[in-house]
Design a protein around this ligand. Structure first.
Ligand code: ACO
Length: 364
């Protein structure tokens, strides 16, 4: 009897120099850096450089101006944002614009793709609010410009730093579902644009990158710390999953949750409603972990990255319907690096299936 590994669980399908997820120890290493150290000191530009280094001969040493120019190139596509796309959810509209970028393999293509989700997300959000899209300022750092393009006004340094911490934290994470999809596309020798679109489409679902919006819905529905236990019990009784908890690889707490919580604490110093929101979230987290431990004693279900993602992006005044777009704005860097690494290996990814359908019928 052929054994099928459901969800490819436990299957090692690539060797990579990019990142290592240690699910038993709760450690994430990105090209030799612990994620919490990288998130505390790197800007998004630094993370992109770290990931792409060695995968392009002509990668500029200072990526900030090159990414700024790439944002300007991407913005030219915003003219194609018509009423039909504005009516779609932000993720779909952003993805449609991204599909307009060239499907090449050069560093120019890579940087346009890495810059584009920020530009397109900001433009879509503004148009959905009846406002004109704001053109990029190539002289600004990427995270600061992202927030400026969304708001039409400069963000504070603390806010830009918090968004940098987020984008860096999520820039790469082993062979997660979207990265695998990007590598499959790249293995066929399709271009980087195709690989990024494969990654984008796979990130969208609520079991992967689509969880943080529902985390906000959950916190809003719970409302007060006292209501956490009855609400969570009722949700589980109804067969629902608690968003922001559980992971395929981590059997302990996801280290990215703490990297984001640290960024949130830095941001919350002196910020109006945030300490109250954080206190509610911590109460919900404690209650959820207790209940999950009791209900699933054999399956460790801990807090994952999406829980504190939701709080951090909310604190930056980004709307929940755009959270997955912002996740993509960070993860695109990882998809591009993985696509290049896969292309260099030269091997087509093509697993097998076992046929369990009916045998051929006898012809009449
Ligand atoms: N809430 C309640 N129960 C859960 C949860 C959860 N969040 N996660 C897993 N379980 C339960 C399942 O119901 C299952 O129980 P069963 O054996 O009685 O059927 C058991 O734990 C194992 O779950 P699987 O789905 O087999 O585990 P898998 O490794 O495939 O799932 C996943 C991982 C998809 C992340 C899951 O934990 C989940 O759905 N979490 C909620 C969504 C979420 O937060 N997604 C973001 C993940 S992080 C990221 O991708 C960036």
């Amino acid at each position: 009897m052929v054994q099928v590994s459901a969800g490819l669980e436990g299957v090692i399908a690539a060797a990579t120099v990019l990142s290592d997820v240690d699910g038993q120890a709760g450690r994430l290493t990105i090209r030799g850096w612990a994620v919490e150290d990288l998130a505390g000191r790197a800007r998004f530009e630094d993370a992109v450089h770290l990931l792409l280094d060695g995968f392009f001969d002509d990668l500029p040493a200072d990526l900030a101006p090159a990414l700024g120019q790439a944002r300007v190139r991407a913005f030219a596509e915003v003219a194609a944002l018509d009423a039909a796309l504005v009516a779609r959810e932000p993720y779909d509209a952003m993805r449609a614009l991204l599909a307009r970028l060239p499907d090449g393999d050069g560093v120019h293509d890579a940087l346009a793709l890495a810059a584009a989700p920020a530009v397109f997300t900001a433009a879509v959000l503004r148009r959905q609010n009846g406002l004109e899209a704001v053109a990029p300022d190539p002289a600004l750092p990427h995270a600061a410009d992202f927030l400026r393009m969304v708001r039409g006004a400069n963000a504070t340094q603390g806010e830009a730093r918090a968004l940098d911490a987020y984008l860096v934290t999520v820039c790469d994470h082993g062979l997660n579902a979207s990265t695998f999809a990007a590598r499959v596309a790249a293995s066929t020798r399709a271009g980087l644009g195709s690989a990024v679109l494969a990654g984008l489409s796979t990130l969208k679902g609520p079991l992967h990158g689509g969880a943080p919006g529902p985390v906000i819905d959950m916190l809003d529905a719970i409302g007060t710390a006292d209501n956490a236990v009855p609400w969570l019990e009722a949700a589980l009784d109804a067969g629902e999953r608690l968003m922001g908890f559980g992971h395929r690889i981590y059997r302990v707490r996801d280290p990215r949750a703490d990297a984001l919580k640290a960024a949130l604490s830095r941001l919350s110093k002196g910020a109006g409603a945030l300490p109250g929101r954080l206190a509610l979230a911590e109460a919900v987290e404690r209650a959820a972990l207790d209940i999950l431990r009791r209900r699933k004693p054999d399956r460790p279900l801990e807090t994952n990255v999406e829980f504190y993602t939701a709080l951090l992006l909310e604190a930056l005044d980004l709307p929940p319907e755009a959270f997955t777009c912002v996740f993509a704005a960070g993860r695109t860097a990882g998809w591009i690096a993985h696509a290049r690494e896969q292309q260099a290996s030269g091997k087509l990814i093509r697993p097998q299936s076992v046929y369990v359908g009916p045998r051929p019928r006898a012809a009449a």
